[in-house]
Write a protein that binds this ligand. Sequence first.
Ligand code: PLP
Length: 387
Amino acid sequence: MSSVLGHHASFDPASIIAERAKAIDASGIRKVFDLAATMKDPINLSIGQPDFDVPDAIKQRAIEAIENGRNRYTPTQGIADLVEPVRRQVEHDTGWKQPGVMILSGTSGGIMLAMFACLNPGDEVIFLDPYFVMYKHLPKLVGAIPISVDSYPDFRLNAKTIEAAVTSRSRMLVICSPNNPTGVAYTTAELEAVADVARRHGLVVLSDEIYDAFCYQPHVSIAPMLPDQCILLKGYSKTYAMTGWRLGYGAGPKPIIDQMIKLQQYTFVCAPSPAQYAALELLHSHTVDMRSHIDEYRRRRDRMIEGLGDLYPAGDPQGAFYIFARAPGSWSGSELVRRAISKNVLLIPGSVFSDRDTHFRISYAASRDHIEKGIAVLRDLALQAEG
Ligand SMILES: Cc1ncc(COP(=O)(O)O)c(C=O)c1O
């Protein structure tokens, strides 16, 4: 198009991309998705969401909400009918007194808002490697520095190694239990030791508990141990299989949550209205019971360990729906995944979640049939690698 001065101004859209966007590398996981798209009926053990559907009672509430005109903006912090019961639940679970509470557009939204609210440029954010990818990349959006702490080979939460990573610039510690990608769930003793580190060094702890329902031992939260310096994030995505509905909640000290609400006002605006109204169904606990699903996932975890544990060391996965296993022989994680893909089994290389390339993630959010086929292929590959 001609400009008013009559010459053609050419504009290269790539030239406008900011350094902060360039600093984020999503190529690892994208490669896996691209591969999945080329595979025909893969045995897909790479999925990060439940393979059951949203419970009917919740779906019905969402449909009613839409039909009854609940289609507009809600208050930024969420509808009061949901916020207040969530606040009572948090008070009950944590012993906190009158925490700040907000409904989020997914737990992801909460991770981003917490970082925007608490981090200045140059501040350091500590988290364990292997990590959920957002922990490494979102700090960069605010000019903060991600500091990963190696947790191989057992992926436990170790207060000593965390403390060794603390500097005068450390400001936030992110923990995730049960963990993605390792499936490890932390013990009271581990969490208490880390809470002590946080207290002594003045760190705010971001506790991502999105997999709390998928815990095959009693779930322990760090939140009750840190009433003044923990941001607790929980989600509906995994528990109720509504990853596409974008709903979660955050709780914590009021001064922090108030800032997160202010930032939500100018970013996400509010969590999706029909999803918030649908979540009211969960206040009647007798209509939605996820126990049979959780029990089934526990059985699948047990079967995976029984089928692969002798050949693939993987720590002690007590939660979520993942196993983070070591590649056999001298193979890297990527090599194992490449060979599994050639046998139509899709897995995620550990390098997507880690600075190392020694492991791979198995998701057992898959059918029994696929789990059995996956075990058979992985057993063959291990024998080949040890060959
Ligand atoms: C550890 C962890 N935190 C947060 C999320 C994001 O969940 P949400 O759908 O609530 O944004 C995920 C999703 O995979 C996750 O694995």
